[in-house]
Write a protein that binds this ligand. Structure first.
Ligand code: FE
Length: 142
């Protein structure tokens, strides 16, 4: 699903295997390394992505899937825990064949080419999440 190198304590460079789903592979890596808080960044090439938009007026999610070849021009996110599980918060900007970009809160992305990530673990620290009624979001719980 992935290969990685720990370049300094708690800092990893990952190469995800072709055709895997990005959030699934990243969550598996966090479980393997028991990363409970951290940050992630990266780039890659994908053939399908599902983005999520939260309408603040209705607090309802609107999900949309784009089934086309795109470059991840930026993936940024954080790693925390919710209900005892790895909780990823990922945002992506992706460029299309015509060089325009789309993006949003990332649910899933299927690699078609390569995906190179950098993960920094906050050295055994744990950060949880709580559901916030006002925003409809799972906010950090400190
Ligand atoms: Fe988000």
């Amino acid at each position: 699903m992935y290969q990685y190198k720990e370049v300094s304590p708690g800092r990893f460079v990952l190469s995800l295997d072709n055709h895997v789903e990005v959030s699934e592979a990243l969550a598996a890596f966090c479980r393997e390394k028991d990363i409970r808080a951290g940050v992630v960044g990266g780039l890659g090439a994908i053939c399908e992505a599902t983005f999520r938009f939260l309408d603040p007026a209705t607090k309802k999610y609107v999900d949309k899937t784009f089934g086309e070849q795109m470059e991840i021009t930026n993936l940024t996110g954080n790693i925390s825990r919710k209900d005892g599980q790895v909780y990823l918060h990922l945002h992506v900007t992706a460029s299309r064949r015509d060089y325009t970009c789309i993006g949003g809160h990332l649910l899933t992305a299927r690699i078609n080419g390569a995906c190179e990530l950098f993960v920094e673990s906050f050295h055994g620290a744990e950060i949880g999440r709580r559901f916030d009624e006002e925003t409809g979001l799972n906010l950090y719980k400190f």
